[in-house]
Structures are given as C-alpha cells and as structure tokens.
Design a protein around this ligand. Structure first.
Ligand code: PFF
Length: 459
C-alpha cells in the first residue's frame, strides 16, 4: 500500500508537538507545579522527562518509523507472532477510547470561546460560574452540538490525509498557539500583583517534595507527552529515514514543557491579582471552566474590551491545543482501520468518526440526561477519563518500555536511532538502561499509587 510521509522535518516536529501540547499542559501542569513545590516540581518533572519520557518517546518513534505501519501493524511486525502484538492493538484502542471523551471537552472549549466572544461573562457574580458550567454540561443539546462540531472539524482534517491534513493544519495551528500563548503571558504579567503569581509558580520549595509529588511528576510527564499508546508511534510511521529520532523527541519535549510553564505564567498572575488562592483550586475542568472565567473577568474589569479579548484568546488557545491532540488520537485509529482492513481513508475516517460520535455523545450526555448511569460511583464521562488515565496509559507505557528494552533487537535499535550509522548515539546505553529498569519501575509505582496501594503511607 502506498503510504504518505510528512513533507518536512518541521512538519513532523509540529505534528508531534501538537499531539503533546493539549489540555494537560494548561489545566493540569500549572496547578500541580504551584501546589507541589514550584521550581522544585519543575526540576523533578524535567528529570522525569529526561530519564523516562524521552526514552519511551524515542522508542515509540522508532517502532513507528522502522515499520512504517499503523500501531497494531507495527507491533505485529516486530513481535514475530508472540503476544506482544497485543500492545499495539491496545494502543489503538486507547487512542480511540480517549478521543471519545477528549472531544467532548474540545466542544466545551468551543462553547467557552463563543461565550467569551459574545461577552456573556460580563457582570456575572463570582459565585455563579460554577452554576453556569453545571447548567451547560447538564443541558441535553448544547454540549452535544459543540461536541459534534469539534469531532466534525477533526474529521475534516484527518480525512484530508497526512500532508494536506495533519501536517498542513499543524503548521498553521502550532504557530498560532505559540503566538497566543506569548500574547496572553505578556498581558497577564503586566497585571498588578503578577510577581506573587510568578513566585507561587517558581519559588522552589523542596519541603513539599515527597514520593507522591515525584509520582505526580511521572504521571504528568507521561500524559503530557502523549506516551503509552499509539499517537507518537503512528505519527512516526510518517517520518522519513532522515528524521533524527532523538532530536525530534527532544524538540517535542521542549515545546511541550515550554507551553506548560507559560500556561502557569498566564494563570497565576491573574489569580493573585484578584486575591484568589490557587491552593484552594483543583486542576482540571473546574479550573478551566469555573475558576478562570471569573478570574479573567475580575482581573480585567477595568477594561471590558481587554477582558473579552483575553478570555476569548484563552479559550481559543485551549481549543487549538485540544484539536491538535484530538487529531493525533483520531489518526491512530484511522491509520489502523484503513491499513488493517484495506479501506480507503475516506471510509476509514468515517467509521472512526461514527463510532466516536456514538460513544462521545454518551459521555457528553452523562452530565445531564444520562447522569443516572453510574459505575464505581462514576458517570460515563469519568469512567472513560479514569479508565484511560489510570489503567490504559500506565499499562501501555510499561509494556512499551519493556518491549523496547528487553524484546527489540539491540542492533536494530542502535541502527534506527543513528539513522543507519549517520548520527552519533552516546546516550544509547543509558537509554536502554532506562527502558529496561527505570521506566517500568517508575510507571509501575504510579500505577499502584493511582489504585490507592500506598494510601496507608500517607497518613
Ligand atoms: N498530551 C495531551 C495533553 O497533554 O493534553 C493529550 C493526550 C493525547 C493525552 C494523547 C494522552 C494521549 F494519549
């Protein structure tokens, strides 16, 4: 079958960075950093990226590029008929599964962009933002329609293929995201009281660092870099033989971390400006859709136009970040179904979009008409969210590192990362050591921690 490749190295980097930079950078990283020791957390986070994020990312790149196949095909080719082929299939499933709820949130970002643009938050009392969000998500129609629009846009891009779809749009959207980030950072830093926000984010407080904080850094690094499933492996299957794998991975990690830190520069100065204590705010949807719209309104209440502009740009930023990640999730499943079942891209994309539509609607409606359907005390949306974040991703990451460290042929590995001997690879031994021992152990501990295995130590 004739496969497309990315047309340029820059396109490859921006597409992979688009997958990595997502909601996790904006609504999880800043809060985790602020609450877990500021710069101390950032240093630990960067160490996690170097010792475990990069080795796994390079391995996922390698597996994709070596086989030039979708993720299920890639592991099948490399596993010689052994059960390791299931790791690839699980990666495909994970991507598709995450997309079902991730696209629902993508729809929310569009709705909040629209509300900001139409100045719907002006004059709303601080206590009302929670109710506005609850009413919105409980509505049987509005969030579902935004979700359909979001997945429709993702579909439109993916159906156009690798170069004129993913690459072209990444080349437009990633610079846009970058410029908006810088604009918002600049604006937020010029607010009175901004220094307190920067101090909260950056002041190192090593006394807060304990094993839980380290595990939080591992989990965040992992989620933020889109590791543990098929995204990066699938994108790398469109890399050409000259793409330097380790360098590309490093660029992606730097872009991802930069945007995450900048998100902190956007959020905290405005929070401190209105006297809100970030320690009392949780990460996630509550931060993005309840606390922040209020923060932006109040911090910029002196200039209504600036408040509209700031808030609109912020939610548009979230939308773009979510869209480029959703594209990568969709592509994992689309590449799988088109290649494994010999379908046209059009048909393959349609099937994936159709299935995501059905399950995504269930997720979307689970805050309203379907809120009665609960399992383990969670609604459908949270089941998707927690099952992927707490089970599928860590399990996938652990299996990928074991596969790459113990099962992949060493010569093949070295040959691939050196591009057939063209590049020097002084880090090779350290990389393999991490894949064999450090990564599986660290991810295993995160996994156990998330299941509550260490709760008895925390009192
Ligand atoms: N890395 C993205 C984020 O930080 O939000 C999103 C993401 C994509 C997470 C793919 C996980 C994943 F498997």
């Amino acid at each position: 079958m004739n496969r497309e490749n990315f047309g340029s190295k820059l396109g490859a980097i921006l597409a992979a960075a688009g997958s990595a930079v997502g909601l996790g950078n904006v609504w999880r990283f800043p809060i985790e950093t602020g609450q877990n020791g500021g710069a101390a957390f950032i240093i630990i986070y960067i160490m996690c990226i170097i010792t475990l994020g990069l080795p796994i990312m390079i391995s996922e790149f390698l597996i994709g590029r070596y086989t030039h196949s979708n993720t299920a095909g890639a592991y099948r080719i490399l596993s010689d008929g052994s059960p390791w082929k299931w790791v690839g299939r699980m990666g495909v499933f994970t991507g598709w599964f995450i997309l079902c709820y991730y696209a629902v949130v993508g729809g929310w970002t569009m709705h909040y962009t629209f509300l900001s643009l139409t100045n719907a938050f002006a004059g709303v009392p601080a206590t009302q933002f929670g109710q506005i969000f609850e009413d919105f998500t409980a509505n049987p129609w509005i969030p579902s329609l935004w979700f359909i629009l979001f997945i429709g846009i993702t579909h439109f891009i993916i159906t156009r293929g690798v170069q004129s779809g993913i690459e072209r749009f990444s080349k437009i959207m990633m610079p846009t995201l970058f410029i908006i980030t810088l604009l918002l950072t600049f604006c937020s830093l010029s607010l009175p009281g901004a220094a307190d926000g920067i101090e909260f984010l950056l002041k190192p407080d090593w006394s807060k660092v304990n094993s839980t904080v380290v595990l939080a850094a591992v989990g965040q690094a992992f989620y933020s870099l889109s590791l543990g499933m098929g995204c990066l492996c699938t994108y790398a299957s469109y890399f050409d033989e000259k793409t330097p794998l380790a360098k590309t991975a490093t660029h992606v990690a730097i872009i991802d971390t930069f945007i995450a830190v900048m998100a902190g520069f956007i959020i905290f100065p405005s929070m401190f400006n209105i006297g809100m204590n970030p320690n009392e705010v949780g990460a996630g949807a509550g931060l993005a859709f309840v606390s922040l719209p209020n923060v932006f309104q109040q911090a910029l209440s002196g200039s209504p136009l600036l408040a509209i502009l700031f808030s609109t740009l912020f939610y548009f930023l979230l939308f773009v970040a979510a869209l480029t990640s959703a594209m990568s999730l969709h592509e994992v499943a689309t590449a799988y179904i088109t290649e494994e079942f010999n379908l046209s891209r059009r048909k393959g994309t349609l099937i994936i979009t159709g299935t995501v539509l059905i399950l995504g609607l269930l997720c979307s409606l689970s805050f309203g008409p379907l809120s009665g359907i609960q399992l383990f005390g969670r609604n459908i949306f949270s089941l998707f969210d927690d099952f992927s974040g707490m089970v599928l991703l860590p399990l996938g990451g652990m299996l990928i590192s074991i596969f790459a460290g113990w099962r992949l042929d060493r010569q093949l590995y070295r040959n691939e990362i050196s591009n057939g001997g063209d590049l020097r690879t002084p880090y090779f031994k350290a990389l393999i050591f991490s894949l064999r021992y450090i990564a599986p152990l660290a991810i295993g501990l995160v996994f156990l921690d998330q299941q509550g295995a260490f709760n008895f130590l925390k009192h």
